[in-house]
Design a protein around this ligand. Structure first.
Ligand code: GLN
Length: 484
């Protein structure tokens, strides 16, 4: 299997040099990207430089770290020093950060090889990648379908073997949903497990960086590498348990909650995948318990009110004065700001800024923002209570199967497809999407495993057990990308 262990073995046994491995990924990326559009930038020079350093280390006979020399794709809202970081927006089209986000700093220090920056929905707002200023990333399983969003480019690159693993961000589902659509693993960690420092904020109290990978084992390995406490993010906690070392435990007796009334998909193919996963977990000795999540119906409005409010405030800094896009023609400073923002942001971003400003405005603050905050607190209490009665929750990742490109859904209909993912962000729990089936037309379907706070090891171990029991049959190796 083309996983991290496999690439590491190639380097260790000197079957390939790191430069050769990197070149293979780079040329696959260069070949596929004009069509797939998974990358906004391919970082050839940086990749070859790191690869040469890894080769020098190998030549000195030094042992390599677990991610050393391994090709990675990083979502383009994660700051990379000296490398353009666009957020898929015209606003930041030419923005080159002068510092690294902690998550990239950690991987860079561990010798991971940056192949490029992943395409995404503009400022991580969207579910199809179609709001990207650079055009949509396509689904590598079928180019007529969307890769999902907002980390669609990262999911497409990982599924298409244009990188061994990827780092995305998830505010309301943006790691898990594209992972489900592209047939890879996607872990959104507990809020606070991974530092947000240097990640361009969408909605700060929801945002969390996480992993997209081709196996449960790879996901655990990378999660361990990035879940460190960071002084520069005051909500950072890190993770105390090694998820990787805890893989392989029996899941006999694991209590799995299913909310078959409240958390169900509208598409029967998705429900069938959940049902099938349930049976597999049962056969492994897990105990299935029926749970109730009546508050799920409140999660969409709560998420969209609060996330838009936070986004409207976070995006206030893009005013044409400090950095980013700057309008050419204007009358005075107010006109300059207005034109900069009108020209620099796309429609979806503007819609959310307007919505967010509205719910924060003095006349509506109590009715919307405050009420949503109160609901958030009670949803959190309820969810935590439920996770005292079971070890994890099994649910659909997305209520629908991958969307066709250009489906032209109304914004609200598209927002509705976040129903299964955004609850977890409201509460801050860890959750992952696991490949668990295929549709009739051979597109991937994922299921979601939701765990208790900082219990990533539990869901990763369950995902690992599931993958072993199903002998990886829900992971399709595509005829593309790096053939190594
Ligand atoms: N689809 C969700 C939204 O548009 C998810 C965004 C995200 O997680 N970054 O808000």
């Amino acid at each position: 299997m083309a996983d991290i262990k496999h690439y590491r073995e190639l380097l260790k046994t000197k079957a390939l040099s790191c430069t050769e491995l990197t070149e293979a990924f780079l040329s696959a990326a260069e070949k596929e990207n004009p069509e797939l559009n998974a990358y906004i930038s391919i970082t050839k020079d940086a990749a070859l430089k790191t690869a040469a350093e890894v080769d020098a280390k190998i030549a000195r006979g030094e042992e390599l770290g677990p991610l050393e020399g391994i090709p990675v794709v990083i979502k383009d809202n994660i700051c990379t020093k000296g490398i353009r970081t666009t957020c898929a927006s015209r606003m930041l089209e030419n923005y080159v950060p002068f510092y690294d986000a902690t998550v990239w700093e950690l991987l860079n220090a561990q010798g991971a090889v940056l192949i490029g920056k992943g395409n995404m929905d503009e400022f991580a707002m969207g579910s199809t990648n179609e709001t990207s200023y650079f055009g949509r990333a396509k689904n590598p399983h079928n180019y007529d379908y969307v890769a999902g969003g907002s980390s669609g480019g990262v999911a497409a690159a990982v599924a298409g073997k244009l990188a061994a693993f990827g780092i995305g961000t998830d505010t309301g589902g943006s790691i898990r949903q594209p992972a489900s659509f592209c047939g890879v693993y996607g872990l959104k960690p507990t809020y606070g497990a991974v530092s947000r420092y240097g990640i361009v904020a969408h909605a700060s109290s929801f945002d969390q960086a996480g992993v997209l990978a081709n196996s449960a084992e790879d996901t655990a390995l990378v999660f361990d590498a990035i879940s460190k406490r960071d002084e520069r993010d005051m909500t950072s906690v890190g993770s105390k348990v090694s998820s990787y070392e805890n893989l392989g435990r029996s899941i006999k007796g694991l209590k799995i909650g299913i909310a078959s009334e409240d958390l169900v998909a509208s598409d029967e193919e998705v429900n069938a995948a959940v049902e099938n996963a349930k049976e597999i977990f049962k056969s492994l000795g897990a105990e299935i318990v029926e749970i109730k999540l009546p508050f799920i119906k409140d999660c969409l409005p709560v998420y969209y009110i609060l996330a838009c409010a936070e986004a409207s405030s976070n995006l206030g800094k893009f005013d044409g004065v400090r950095y980013g896009y700057h309008a050419e023609d204007y009358d005075d400073v107010w006109d300059m700001m207005s034109r900069t923002r009108s020209e620099g942001f796309g429609d979806e971003v503007k819609r959310r800024i307007i919505l967010g400003t509205y719910v924060l405005s003095s006349g509506y603050f109590d009715a919307y923002y405050k009420k949503a905050q109160r609901l958030r607190a009670s949803i959190t209490k309820e969810f935590d209570k439920i996770l005292d009665t079971c070890d994890m929750i099994l649910a659909p990742t997305v209520p629908i199967t991958p969307l066709k490109a250009g489906a032209q859904m109304s914004p609200v209909d598209l927002y509705r497809t976040d129903i299964c993912t955004c609850a977890v962000n409201i509460v801050g729990l860890p959750s992952m999407s696991v490949p668990a089936g295929f549709t009739e037309n051979d597109l991937p379907v994922g299921v979601q495993l939701i765990g208790g706070r900082f219990k990533e090891d539990v869901i990763l171990n369950a995902a690992y057990a599931f993958e072993k029991a199903t002998e990886g049959r829900y992971i399709k190796s595509l005829e593309m990308g790096c053939g190594i």
